[in-house]
Design a protein around this ligand. Structure first.
Ligand SMILES: [Zn+2]
Length: 118
């Protein structure tokens, strides 16, 4: 497995609902560097496709229309990947009982909105 472009967490309500957990953890790779064997089921949203394992329903990845990157869910790797999240999105929506990842750049919203620290 190669190194991802970046690794992050998202605390937004959509990602919480997509995972059923308190946040979504993902590694971003260029599309051309990822090979997915077997067919995935897709759920099309207005801008982002969510792709699932057709056997067990696990969310495998997110793909945004017109973007040459794919977000692989960190929890789907057979072994825990050796990546540490470098940033957190939508920390304004982080659960009160959850702390920040040490040294991860914190964003109140998306990365386009600019970091609030780090
Ligand atoms: Zn999100």
């Amino acid at each position: 497995m190669g190194e991802p472009e970046r690794v992050g967490l998202c605390h937004c309500a959509t990602c919480r609902k997509n995972t059923g957990g308190p946040y979504l953890a993902f590694a971003v790779f260029e599309v051309g560097r990822v090979t997915i064997e077997g067919a995935l089921k897709a759920h099309r949203a207005p801008t982002i496709d969510r792709r699932f394992c057709p056997q067990c329903g696990t969310l495998i990845c997110l793909a945004e229309e017109g973007v040459d990157e794919i977000d692989l869910m960190l929890g789907t790797f057979d072994e825990p990947p050796p990546f540490t999240p470098q940033y957190e999105l939508w920390v304004s929506h982080r659960q009160d009982w959850l702390g920040a990842v040490p040294a991860a750049r914190q964003y109140a919203g998306n990365r386009d909105d600019g970091a609030i620290e780090g």
